[in-house]
Design a binder for this molecule. Structure first.
Ligand SMILES: Cc1ncc(COP(=O)(O)O)c(C=O)c1O
Length: 513
């Protein structure tokens, strides 16, 4: 797209505004005692290398990128909520590293120091026959901040494999109890749980399955109970009953969902009635409830875990991103005592795992992250400042006709867009409003993340806004101001096209069962 190919407009302005306080770069005096001194020199660059080009096109790169037609800024450093590419262009990161992982911001000396200290002592041992103090301590720290009753943690490398492992633990729990017939999984259709076959299958979104449909197990799906199709949650409960009935109540292993959705339906959570109904059905039918807290775990919503507050507390929690805060690839499955007991009373084995699960280096980062979140009062800060931030966004966008709703829990905020002709229908997909918002934001040196899952039937254009917990009031104000400019501009640009475009009826057309 033309605007992406062009050098982002307006960045010269941000460069000109750089102050010594904001400048990104290592300072020798910021090196913690005993740590590798900063700045660490960059490794030598091959002759003819394109690494200094930004943005870099796929034909000049040896990387196999996600989208071959999309030139990529080459980001070399970051500090706080700012990232900087190799040409010195700066971007205000309202997405915690683009995918909500960098929850403590970029360039944290304390986390780096913890990683360096651990790597110097012991970087890696495999947890099949050996454990290590960092893994042991992180399990203590994590279960201490987890919702009541969660007594065990199994570490993983990513969110997707934490979700996969939660499914496997749930299935094994039933087998351990002699209920071999329980294997089926029910999940809301409009979700995202990861790119692996099992986690793709957990979503009921053909638009996301792409060519992998033939590989995917056919899990059962229910429509999400959003304002558009099911504001009370009763329709979702009916669909849940139908799915349970169709599969056979004693075949259900797990109900699997996000407590509060991230990119798939930004900041959405079902109505209380749905959670209550889910808890009743769990009680009646004996399945487990697993929450994907890959995004929401470790503070994102202003709680250590979002699921603690629902009327259906889970039996298993998968978490990841915020646990490593972008400094290490680490996830975890948190297990309630009664689930663990099934293994303790049974085979005493659950042996699946990846090489890097529970490795000391990643666990040391996890410990340092939890320490920092506690020490700096970031749960409270996100909870309190998040409510204000949501209001600031809502006020800034109040006069934009295509904005339907600004939702939010802590620093997980979402804006949903609608066709202003009836205030409810999806925007025509041909307008590509989500894509335009991201491109216009990028031009203004702002990183947000929009999606347009219209063809899956349950959501239209929407934007996720999820800054680092450590963002200052000034940073947040600047994010809101840039985002407001972006949305106003895009709304104005699409207005004439909207008049000519066919309306998209506000009915569910795909996904689901
Ligand atoms: C809610 C949710 N679950 C799972 C995942 C997958 O996590 P990972 O990319 O670490 O595998 C993501 C990633 O964005 C996510 O947002």
């Amino acid at each position: 797209m033309a605007s992406r190919r062009a050098r982002p407009r307006g960045l010269a302005l941000y460069r000109a505004r750089r102050t010594p306080r904001n400048r990104i770069g290592g300072r020798a005096d910021s090196a913690p005692a005993g740590a590798v001194p900063y700045p660490v020199p960059d490794p030598p660059v091959r002759e003819g290398s394109s690494v200094a080009r930004t943005p870099i096109e796929s034909e000049r790169s040896h990387v196999f990128p996600l989208e071959l037609a999309r030139p990529m800024p080459v980001v070399a450093r970051g500090e706080g909520v700012w990232i900087e590419d190799v040409a010195g262009n700066r971007y205000l990161d309202a997405m915690s590293g683009g995918s909500m992982a960098a929850t403590l911001g970029h360039g944290r000396g304390d986390i780096v120091a913890a990683a360096v200290a651990q790597a110097a002592k012991l970087a890696f041992v495999h947890n099949e026959r050996l454990t290590n103090p960092a893994q042991e301590r992180l399990a203590e720290e994590l279960t201490a901040v987890a919702p009541e009753g969660f007594t065990r943690a199994r570490f993983t490398v990513s969110g997707a494999d934490a979700n996969e492992m939660a499914l496997q633990i749930a299935r094994s729990y039933h087998v351990e109890r002699g209920e071999h017939h329980r294997w089926q999984v029910i999940s809301p259709a409009q979700a995202y749980h990861g790119p692996t076959m099992q986690t793709l299958a957990l979503t009921g979104r053909p638009g996301m399955h792409g060519p992998f449909g033939p590989y995917l197990p056919q899990h059962l799906h229910i429509p999400p109970s959003t304002w558009r199709f099911d504001p009370t949650g009763e329709a979702a409960l009916e669909a849940l009953d139908a799915a349970i009935e169709e599969a056979g109540p004693d075949t259900i292993s797990t109900y699997f969902c996000e407590a509060i959705s991230a990119a798939a339906l930004p900041a959405y959570t079902p109505p209380v009635r749905f959670w209550e109904g889910l808890a009743e059905r769990r009680e009646r039918h004996g399945f487990l409830v697993c929450f994907d807290e890959v995004v929401t775990g470790v503070g994102r919503t202003g709680e250590w875990f979002a699921g603690a507050a629902t009327a259906c507390p889970p039996d298993l929690i998968a978490t990841a991103k915020g646990l490593g805060a972008g400094y290490a690839a680490i996830g975890a499955v948190l297990v309630k005592e009664h689930v663990y007991q099934a293994f303790a009373d049974g085979s005493k084995r659950f042996t699946l795992g990846h090489t890097w699960d529970g490795a000391p280096l990643a666990c040391a980062v996890g410990i340092a992250v939890i320490d920092a979140v506690r020490r700096e009062g970031l749960i409270e800060r996100v909870r309190e400042r998040g409510a204000k931030l949501r209001q600031e966004l809502a006020d800034a966008l109040a006069d934009v006709a295509i904005v339907r709703e600004v939702r939010g829990h802590g620093y997980l905020l979402g804006v949903s867009f609608v066709d202003p002709r009836d205030g409810a229908s999806f925007l025509p997909p041909t307008l590509r409003v989500g894509g335009r918002i991201d491109a216009a934001a990028f031009d203004r040196g702002l990183i947000v993340l929009s999606t347009q899952p219209t063809r899956d039937g349950f959501a239209g254009d929407q934007t996720l806004f999820a800054p680092a917990f450590t963002a200052t009031d000034e940073d947040l104000g600047e994010m809101v101001s840039r985002f407001s400019d972006v949305v106003h501009q895009v709304a104005q640009d699409v207005e004439p096209e909207l008049e000519r475009a066919e309306p998209v009826p506000s009915t569910s057309s795909g996904g689901g069962r």
